[in-house]
Design a protein. Structure first.
Length: 93
């Protein structure tokens, strides 16, 4: 079983995050569910609604946490005209 996460090239190693997805979501919603197939031949993805919902929530929380950390880092930097512009673009985007 392989989990693949497509990210920005600037993203750091996500091995721990992928392990969390496997341990907390896949094992709980797929492996422990007797009605859910464990084998997915031919590259077919996991077809389990609870797993998909949990994964969506996990990724949204992970993204929000990363944005919050970036926001905190920006507010700690000394104010410079270009940083203020970058900060405002980040908030709008």
């Amino acid at each position: 079983m392989k989990f693949v996460m497509l990210t920005d090239i600037k993203t750091t190693n996500l091995r721990v995050v992928l392990h969390q997805i496997w341990a907390t979501l896949y094992v709980e919603y797929v492996v422990k569910n007797p009605l859910s197939p464990i084998e997915h031949p031919g590259g077919v993805g996991v077809n389990n609604e609870l797993f998909e919902l949990g994964l969506d929530r996990f990724v949204l929380c992970f993204e929000q946490e990363r944005m919050d950390i970036a926001e905190q880092m920006l507010t700690k930097l000394p104010r410079h005209k270009s940083l203020t512009l970058l900060h405002n673009v980040h908030l709008v985007g």
